[in-house]
Write a protein that binds this ligand. Structure first.
Ligand code: GFB
Length: 390
């Protein structure tokens, strides 16, 4: 224990010494104390878009907490969107994308102090970041049976990412690995210990929600409005094809078919469950399909739903080139969030985010928290009703 504390304190005083030396060389301390400080973060590579949106809420909540506690002003740097695993189009560049392509950043800024990465670079120039922290799990459950909030500087396990978003010009005064267990507000203790002006946390998804689905959660969530451009595309599609009431079904396929075999129905069974819902919804014969399925699976579904009007948004080349796979997925989410009835895929964060959007829009709860059941699991558990709190 003593060895650990010595190790930890010597690293921090190194950092503090370095910061004051470097700080004095370009700016006086008093001015320096009034300058904002910045938190950057990144998420485990294979995670998808909608889990990343959830991690943003946790980090925003941490920034709110930090700004209440700290004498400095803290700003969160929005991590660029970069080559997500689920973005399958191969003939378009989908790297280094700002949040403004997908979101209304001005709306986010009204609730949380954020800047885009390019804005951060304008402020910080090419200065090194003071600290680069890789969060990692504590050792296995056998070695760590009790769950309570804690963190500890330790040896790095496995691969440590030092080149974020393929940027060659990021350097760090101090790099360390921290075993971490707890909510995102616990990150404030790390800030307190290291006293950085700029810090990047990798594997930010390890920091959990302080209070999932509470008042602050919803305030941040509501601020994450999609960009006006994407709303316009969705509106244009609806005006042309969905003039009548429609139900939306989100079918998460591909890796989910193998990853959640008990919860993801076959295409034939999916069609049966859609028909059952349409029969319950008097006078509705129109269904909008949002899916990551193959073309073959979608055509198979259409065969089974021949007696109904089935729609799907298929982007033309210009729209795809402009808004990319991420934007097309959001257009699907916008259209589903405005449907008269929604049924999603169990465990999919893509479906969860649609449910949240519908809560924000004020749809009756029974039209929102519904999911498909697996072929052999007809009475499956339906999604938890996470109601809007204001
Ligand atoms: O969003 P996401 O985290 O949701 O990842 P899950 C799924 C991605 O697949 C989306 C595409 O962000 C889209 O790029 N996608 C899925 C869709 N459904 C649709 C759709 O209806 N329309 C369009 N246009 N695109 C998690 C992943 O996925 O599943 C994890 O985040 C992991 O990394 C886990 O793979 C098994 O929660 O559904």
């Amino acid at each position: 224990f003593t060895t650990f504390l010595l190790f930890r304190c010597s690293m921090c005083s190194d950092l503090k010494n370095h910061l004051s030396d470097e700080g004095e060389s370009f700016v006086s301390h008093s001015v320096f104390d009034t300058l904002p400080r910045f938190v950057l973060y990144d998420v485990n590579k294979p995670e998808g878009f909608n889990l990343r949106r959830d991690v943003f809420i946790r980090m925003a909540s941490f920034i709110h907490y930090l700004n209440k506690k700290s004498k400095y002003q803290w700003i969160l740097v929005l991590p660029p969107w970069h080559r997500l695993y689920h973005w399958r189009s191969t003939n378009i560049m989908q790297d280094h994308l700002p949040w403004s392509l997908f979101f209304n950043v001005e709306s986010i800024k009204k609730t949380t102090p954020v800047v885009e990465l390019h804005e951060f670079f304008q402020i910080n120039k090419l200065r090194s970041l003071d600290a680069h922290v890789t969060l990692q799990h504590f050792n296995s459950f056998e070695e760590n049976p009790e769950y309570f909030d804690k963190w500890e500087i330790t040896n790095c396990k496995g691969h440590v990412q030092s080149e974020f978003w393929n940027l060659k010009n990021l350097t760090y005064t101090l790099s360390l690995c921290i075993s971490f267990q707890g909510s995102s507000t616990l990150l404030a203790e790390i800030i307190e210990e290291l006293q950085p002006r700029t810090i990047i946390f990798d594997h930010a998804e390890l920091a959990l929600h302080n209070f999932y689905s509470g008042k602050e959660y919803w305030a941040i969530r509501k601020s994450m409005q999609f960009s006006n451009n994407l709303h316009e595309v969705a509106k244009g599609f609806k005006k042309k094809y969905l003039k009548q009431d429609y139900m939306c079904a989100h079918l998460r396929r591909r890796d989910f078919v193998y990853g959640h075999p008990n919860n993801v129905p076959s295409i034939k069974e999916t069609a049966t469950q859609i028909k059952d819902k349409l029969n319950l919804l008097n006078n509705i014969d129109t269904v909008y399909i949002a899916t990551d399925s193959s073309k073959e699976e979608f055509l198979e579904l259409c065969e089974y739903l021949q007696d109904y009007k089935v729609f799907k948004f298929i982007a033309d080349e210009e729209t795809l080139n402009r808004y990319l796979d991420g934007g097309i997925a959001i257009i699907d989410q916008i259209i589903c969030s405005q449907a008269i009835y929604f049924i999603g895929t169990s465990h999919s964060t893509f479906s969860f985010r649609i449910q949240e959007e519908r809560e924000i829009l004020g749809f009756p709860v029974e039209t929102t928290f519904n999911c498909f059941c697996g072929d052999n699991n007809k009475e499956c558990t339906q999604p938890t009703k996470w109601r809007l709190v204001e």
